[in-house]
Design a protein around this ligand. Structure first.
Ligand code: COA
Length: 170
């Protein structure tokens, strides 16, 4: 299966909303996505397959986003269509987000994840994010804690695009 990762625009908002429901059960509203997709500090990437494989989604099977705040990339979203999970696509998208953050001279990256979301925590730890704190009962739907993760060294030479193991070593 061939995939490509590219910036996505507000034109894809219908597919984004469908994917949001599939990945997160309805995390953000259409207005939140519209704000996200039109904000200059926000970097939104999609992972796409051939449209004939997923016509309803216009080929969009994953998405990720970060906000550039000063020299920090705040990863706000990372989701892969359930039918395409555990095939390495989440990590490809994370690498693409980190590459983009590096290109625009961010120094570190941070994110927040549900304490029970061990798969995502494993993914971030694989790419050298560390747990630095916990927000008690941060998620209001079930009073779940939020785990705060962080990684520095975005400008480290070991993370240059020509390094095959970038983001896992540098
Ligand atoms: C989290 C998510 C993005 C991972 O995407 P994915 O494409 O399934 O993950 P990958 O196949 O790229 O996995 C890469 C690494 O992540 C970890 N990982 C991912 N899913 C995992 C799971 N269910 N259990 C354990 N480890 C997991 C593993 O370390 C894996 O490396 P490995 O294959 O060498 O073991 C995806 O499961 C998803 O969209 N989940 C729903 C939305 C979500 O929770 N997003 C994160 C919110 S912060």
């Amino acid at each position: 299966m061939s995939t490509k990762i590219q910036p996505i625009s507000v034109d894809e908002i219908e597919s984004i909303l469908i994917l949001d429901r599939l990945c997160f059960g309805g995390l953000w509203s259409i207005d939140s996505y519209r704000r996200e997709l039109t904000n200059d500090n926000s970097h939104f990437l999609g992972i796409l397959v051939d449209k004939t494989l997923e016509p309803e989604l216009n080929g969009l099977i994953g998405f990720g986003c970060f906000w550039a705040i000063l020299d920090e990339a705040h990863i706000t979203l990372l989701g892969i269509h359930p039918q395409y999970q555990r095939q390495g696509l989440g990590q490809l998208l994370l690498i693409a987000l980190l590459d983009k953050a590096r290109t625009i001279e961010m120094a570190r990256a941070t994110l927040e994840v549900r304490a029970s979301n061990q798969g995502a925590i494993d993914l971030y730890e694989k790419y050298r994010f560390q747990i630095v704190g916990r927000r008690k009962k941060y998620y209001q739907d079930n009073d779940e804690d939020g785990v705060i993760m962080w990684r520095g060294g975005l400008q480290h030479p070991g993370n240059a695009p020509d390094r095959i193991d970038r983001w896992q070593s540098g």
